[in-house]
Write a protein that binds this ligand. Structure first.
Ligand code: 5GP
Ligand code: ZN
Length: 110
């Protein structure tokens, strides 16, 4: 846990979120400002700033996050979906705890 990280606070249960899935490694919750009918974030419990902070030791975790996308999208009633990982401020990242966006049911403009 990184003390001033918003998503670490959600992982710790210190900030509420609408959680749709959780296990030992990952938490998945709805985005607070959804850009589509369905918009959730797949977040590892381990604090990693961004994809730039990942190495081969995170391969399994990253794979697990990606494989959760179709499973959870189907559970949310989606036939198809869009995924997005923003990396770095210039890449549109605002929360520096890595996460995969999943959008569906009306796709975002950005
Ligand atoms: P980024 O731009 O870093 O890829 O995406 C960060 C996302 O986190 C944004 O879509 C934003 O709406 C979402 N977000 C920011 N603060 C909160 C929060 O407190 N709770 C939830 N559930 N989502 C948040
Ligand atoms: Zn964090």
């Amino acid at each position: 846990m990184t003390a001033d990280c918003l998503f670490c606070k959600i992982v710790a249960g210190n900030i509420p979120a609408t959680t749709i899935y959780e296990d030992d490694d990952v938490i998945v919750f709805n985005d607070i400002k959804p850009m589509a009918k369905v918009h959730f974030l797949i977040v590892p419990k381990l604090h990693l700033d961004s994809l730039k902070s990942c190495d081969v030791s995170h391969q399994q975790l990253l794979g697990k996050m990606l494989l959760l996308a179709p499973k959870l999208a189907a559970e949310q009633g989606l036939q198809g979906f869009k995924t997005l990982i923003n990396t770095g401020r210039e890449g549109g990242q605002e929360v520096f705890h890595i996460h995969v966006h999943v959008f569906g049911g009306g796709l975002p403009n950005t």
